[in-house]
Ligand binder design. Structure first.
Ligand code: HEC
Length: 118
């Protein structure tokens, strides 16, 4: 486990994830186009397990009424590392820390609700 942590840390450092000031919103660092792509990904990929409307399926509901009370860092870690021993995969190989933070912020504040209705 320690080696995985070290790897992830090395990854974070070399990719410059630790460089942006911690207080800036994740949205500041992502292009509008990338945000659209991530929205689509949440619906399609996350939705395949968490339900197309994110109400829950194989994985639990990701709607704000359920996750608003959960710490942001806890959710970010679940998405980054996945949950070993469950179907929840780690997204660190695919998404940057800023992107994962953005997704969690959107989920918590229900910013994906509008596209859910499309
Ligand atoms: C292959 C199925 C699958 C996919 C794809 C998937 N998840 Fe999950 N996810 C799960 C399962 C199952 C759990 C519950 C794991 C457990 O029992 O701890 C989970 C747990 C979570 C949790 C923790 C919730 C909590 O209350 O502890 C978050 C947050 C989460 N997923 C977000 C996402 C996001 C965001 C995506 C897309 C980037 C995604 N998941 C894609 C299956 C999936």
């Amino acid at each position: 486990m320690a080696s995985v942590k070290r790897l992830l840390l090395a990854f974070a450092v070399t990719s410059g994830f630790l460089a942006p000031p911690a207080l800036s919103s994740a949205a500041d660092t992502l292009s509008t186009q990338r945000q659209q792509e991530l929205k689509y990904m949440v619906q399609q990929d996350c939705g395949s397990c968490h339900g197309m409307t994110l109400k829950g399926g194989l994985g639990p509901s990701l709607l704000p009424e359920r996750i608003a009370v959960l710490p942001e860092q806890y959710l970010i870690e679940a998405v980054t590392h996945g949950r070993p021993g469950t179907p929840m995969p780690p997204w660190a190989p695919i998404l940057t820390t800023a992107e994962i933070r953005w997704i969690v912020e959107q989920l918590k504040s229900d910013q994906l609700a509008q596209t859910r209705a499309d």
